[in-house]
Design a protein around this ligand. Structure first.
Ligand SMILES: [Zn+2]
Length: 98
């Protein structure tokens, strides 16, 4: 396994995860539990991390480096949450863009 992304912002980590899974790349998010313990641990220990299988890491990094798709933001039909044009799926409820 290889770490391809980490952030204190769990939403960003989930966004990245959605991008990778849309490309058929299996992901694993680690340290989510520690994020809720912020304050007790040094900051570096509290980041949520996105891991992929080593052989998929080069492709995953390419996907994450890809510039954001141009276009208007869209609102989720299920929960109304706005998402950027580059996302095919709502980060909040998981509904696909329609
Ligand atoms: Zn939604």
């Amino acid at each position: 396994m290889k770490r391809v992304f980490s952030s204190h912002n769990a939403v960003l980590v989930h966004h990245s995860r959605n991008l990778l899974e849309a490309e058929g790349i299996e992901t694993e998010v680690r340290n989510q539990m520690l994020s809720s313990a912020m304050g007790e641990l040094p900051p570096a220990e509290c980041q949520a991390e996105l891991w992929v299988r080593a052989e998929q890491a080069p492709r995953a990094e390419e996907v994450l480096r890809r510039p954001a798709v141009q276009g208007p933001d869209w609102d989720c039909v299920s929960c109304g949450e706005p998402s950027g044009a580059q996302f095919a799926q709502c980060w909040k409820c998981g509904s696909f863009r329609r």
